[in-house]
Design a protein around this ligand. Structure first.
Ligand SMILES: O=C(O)CCC(=O)C(=O)O
Ligand SMILES: [Fe+2]
Length: 212
């Protein structure tokens, strides 16, 4: 990071194939937030169970052809919402365009996600270090958009034991990883209590991927 520049950076490289785009979603935030808030009213997020029988810390909901789900029977992508057996709603154009534009800025042209997972974090929630590896086409990156209260994103390497970078993510920040770092371990440290004018006491993360 350049400590002496007048503008805060809008592109921070994290690893080969990965970058942090502070504030990248802010120019479309009004429309983005209205889509997310409306979605969460109609498709309330649920706490999924892991195949090991634990409850995930976050609650989740999805948009797109494929939603990421987990239950005692396993986890992966599902074309239907397990709570209703109905297809997920489409990803709104503002979110598709944001994801493609962020991917392009990170060096991935032509990214068209078919899955948007929403993770809702309350204070005290976290996400353990994991790899995203349920997607077929690993040439496609992952685009992660943060809304609401801040959180520390942990970005490691190809081994679970690799040292993690601690990225302070704020409302409107985007992280993209793919290529060499597509399978890098990542997670979210326990979220501290805070209030955000749009989301209240929550952090909402949108993870955009090409599942199939
Ligand atoms: O909430 C985040 O920033 C990360 C979410 C994530 O890694 C996932 O959904 O796989
Ligand atoms: Fe992940």
């Amino acid at each position: 990071m350049d400590l002496f520049s007048e503008q805060p950076p809008d592109y921070v490289p994290l690893a080969d194939g990965a970058c942090w785009l502070p504030g990248f979603a802010l120019p479309v935030m009004d429309e983005l937030w209205s889509c997310v808030a409306q979605h969460l009213r109609i498709y309330p997020p649920q706490q999924m169970q892991t195949p090991m029988g634990y409850l995930m810390s976050v609650t989740t909901s999805s948009m797109g052809d494929w939603g990421w789900v987990s239950s005692a029977n396993g986890y992966g992508y599902s074309a239907v919402n397990p709570a209703t057996q109905q297809a997920w709603p489409p990803i709104p154009p503002v979110i598709l365009h944001l994801a493609s534009a962020a991917a392009l800025k990170a060096g991935y042209a032509g990214f068209v996600p078919d899955s948007c997972l929403m993770n809702i974090y309350q204070a005290g929630n976290k996400m353990g270090l994991h790899q995203d590896k349920d997607e077929k086409d690993t040439s496609q990156p992952i685009v992660s958009v943060s809304l609401g209260i801040p959180a520390t994103f942990l970005f490691g390497g190809s081994k679970r034991s690799d040292k993690t970078q601690k990225i302070p993510l704020h409302h409107g920040d985007v992280v993209v990883w793919g290529g060499h770092s597509r399978r890098f371990y990542h997670g979210v440290a326990q979220v501290k209590p805070a209030i955000h004018p749009l989301t209240g006491q929550q952090r909402i993360n949108l993870t955009l991927r090409k599942a199939r």
